[in-house]
Design a protein around this ligand. Structure first.
Ligand SMILES: Nc1nc2c(ncn2[C@@H]2O[C@H](COP(=O)(O)OP(=O)(O)OP(=O)(O)O)[C@@H](O)[C@H]2O)c(=O)[nH]1
Ligand SMILES: [Mg+2]
Length: 328
């Protein structure tokens, strides 16, 4: 298929371990630069080795802090670790690093760590498309654990399920009413719960409550979430957290086809998203550029046709030239 094609220069640089090439490619992904397409295509066969771990949860529960101690733990164990922080508060991409919001304690010369933050706003197709492609680049670059932090506040936390193979939901002992409404959604996501800030009072009770809730629920795809207690402040619980994550990863590999089935589901969503984004872009362009389509807008405004029928017409029109081109 594509095997005979030589690797693009940027892909070769990434595989050589060139960090600037990697950073540049991620920026291209963020901008939606089509030039990155051939690179992603060429690298796809070299991905799939990394463990992608999502870390999500409500605002301020200590996700970044937990990530920080996990990163240190994984470096000690010899893993090469990449961090992607999806920052919903920043409309700007590329410039900011995770270090702006939390100090990551690391040696800047350590080639075994790569940290990148991404804005979740301002890209069509949402955060997941850019994050997925970034994760693939990091995977191809040889990082064997990729930690992805997102804030669990609706849209983004659902999308993380479509990116990571294991998802950690971070909670704190007293979240009050907020967590009740969050919980249902977070239960859908969590493979592992980390009750963080366990140096604060109430952590033991919170862990017990959560464990009970988990034991009452039906396992999702055969897995029952594991609950661990962490304190990023006191640096405790991190070994248990990693053990729980590894247990879920081992579960995925315990039965042939289980990991592939999960990935298949994620890939299906990804492809639907990519087709959607492309159709949306092309439709917007047509409405802005084609006189016929502009007239259709006037017809809707003039009540001569309804929006659904107009959409049907554009959709059908849209398919025709493509079909003709393929037949040639
Ligand atoms: N007592 C205590 N405080 C903690 C712990 N972990 C984090 N914190 C504090 O909680 C605050 C938020 O920590 P972050 O790690 O930034 O939390 P976050 O969930 O990443 O925050 P957002 O990304 O803004 O949603 C900081 O002031 C941390 O010092 C912990 O284990 N114990
Ligand atoms: Mg954070």
């Amino acid at each position: 298929m594509t095997a005979a094609r030589p690797l693009p220069a940027a892909a070769r640089a990434l595989l050589r371990g060139d960090r600037r090439a990697l950073a540049r490619l991620i920026s291209q992904v963020e901008r939606g630069d089509p030039a990155v397409g051939p690179v992603l295509r060429a690298l796809h066969a070299r991905t799939g080795r990394a463990r992608v771990i999502g870390i999500t949860g409500p605002l301020g529960v200590g996700k970044s802090s937990v990530l920080n101690i996990l990163l240190a733990h994984l470096r000690e164990k010899g893993h090469r670790v990449a961090v992607v922080a999806v920052d919903p508060s920043s409309p700007f991409s590329g410039g900011s690093v995770l270090g702006d919001r939390i100090r990551i304690e690391r040696d800047p010369a350590d080639a075994g760590v790569f940290i990148r933050s991404m804005a979740s706003r301002g890209r069509s197709g949402g955060v997941s498309a850019a994050t997925r492609e970034t994760v693939r680049l990091l995977d191809a670059a040889g990082f064997d654990v990729i930690l992805v932090e997102t804030v669990g506040s609706g849209q983004v936390d659902v999308e993380i399920r479509d990116i990571a193979s294991t998802n950690v939901v971070v909670l704190v002992p007293h979240l009050g009413d907020e967590v009740q409404s969050l919980k249902a959604g977070l239960f859908e996501i969590a493979d592992v719960f980390a009750v963080n800030k366990s140096d604060l009072p109430g952590a033991e009770a919170a862990e017990k409550d959560l464990s009970e809730l988990v034991s009452l629920g039906a396992p999702r795809d055969g897995w029952r979430p594991v609950v661990v207690r962490t304190s990023a402040r006191e640096r405790t619980g991190v070994a248990e957290l990693w053990t729980a994550i590894e247990a879920h990863e081992a579960f995925l590999d315990a039965e042939p086809g289980r990991r592939a089935a999960a990935e298949r589901g994620r890939v299906a969503k990804e492809i639907v998203g990519l087709v959607q984004a492309r159709l949306a872009r092309e439709t917007s362009e047509r409405l802005a550029q084609s006189e016929d389509d502009a007239r259709l807008l006037d017809d809707v405004v003039g009540r001569r046709i309804d929006p659904r029928s107009a959409a049907d017409r554009i959709y059908e029109d849209h398919r025709k030239p493509a079909r003709r081109a393929r037949r040639k």
